[in-house]
Ligand binder design. Structure first.
Ligand SMILES: C[S@@+](CC[C@H](N)C(=O)[O-])C[C@H]1O[C@@H](n2cnc3c(N)ncnc32)[C@H](O)[C@@H]1O
Ligand SMILES: Nc1nc2[nH]cc(C(=O)O)c2c(=O)[nH]1
Ligand code: SF4
Ligand SMILES: [Mg+2]
Length: 211
């Protein structure tokens, strides 16, 4: 499979935020979210075998592993990687765009799935049946760039009763949507969702790779 980087860091997103975690970032993505912070993963990378990836992950001695990208699910080997990581006893997280069917993902995986808001420019790429496939251990994440995105996300959460199904995360596009505004909108509307900002960008510099 094609791998951009494997690194050990503090999990900066999701309900697992704050925990030490090994990241496997797979190369390539068919989407182009306007605000994507990982464009360096679109091309290049190194070809690695499944066993090689598993060995490198094991070297960190860390029980939490996240497979991300790019869009990991574009590579057929990603599904095998997730299953093998689960078999090996890791707590396994998957970050995925919402554009690829999550049906074949090993159900031991915690799926953290973006629902692409209008500001991303990628709403029409969403595979909507994915919303019904999320379960209690999974998370639906809305990355918001402005008030219009917020209102759209609020409506999607209500229409699909998403908060009854799984954790729902509202996250500002880093450096674009003011944290305080988002927090105040959520409180005013009494939303049953979780505020989250990208912790690693506060710990390290926002454009640093491999953290
Ligand atoms: C780089 S993506 C890789 C996984 C997958 N392609 C996806 O979109 O979920 C990982 C996460 O970072 C989020 N993200 C990317 N750029 C961001 C930004 N500028 N501000 C906040 N979150 C961002 C994405 O929305 C996604 O939840
Ligand atoms: N520290 C850290 N936490 C993260 N959580 C999700 C990430 C991602 O890029 O998918 C990420 C990342 O790039 N770094
Ligand atoms: S789907 Fe993920 S990796 Fe692809 S452009 Fe959007 S945020 Fe970036
Ligand atoms: Mg990232």
């Amino acid at each position: 499979m094609r791998v951009t980087e494997i690194f050990h860091s503090i999990q900066g997103e999701s309900t697992f935020m704050g925990r030490p975690c090994v990241f496997v970032r797979l190369t390539g993505c068919a989407l182009r979210c306007t605000w994507c912070d990982t464009e360096y993963s679109f091309y290049g990378g190194t070809e690695m075998g499944l066993e090689q990836v598993l060995a490198e992950v094991a070297g960190y001695g860390c029980p939490l592993v996240e497979v991300t990208g790019g869009e990991p699910l574009h590579q057929p080997d990603a599904f095998r990687l997730l299953s093998r990581l689960c078999d090996a006893g890791y707590e396994v997280l998957l970050e995925t765009s919402g554009a690829v069917d999550i049906g074949p993902v090993d159900r031991r995986t915690h799926i953290i799935m973006d629902v692409k808001c209008p500001g991303s420019g990628m709403t029409d790429r969403m595979y909507w049946p994915n919303l019904d496939k999320l379960s209690v251990k999974d998370e639906a994440k809305f990355v918001l760039q402005d008030r219009a995105d917020y209102e759209w996300a609020r409506d999607v959460v209500a229409q699909h009763a998403l908060a009854d199904r799984c954790a729902v995360l509202f996250s500002p596009v880093f450096g674009k949507l003011d944290l305080q505004s988002l927090a105040e909108w959520m409180l005013a509307d009494r939303l049953p969702v979780r505020f989250q900002a990208q912790l690693h960008k506060f710990i390290w510099s926002p454009d640093r790779r491999g953290v």
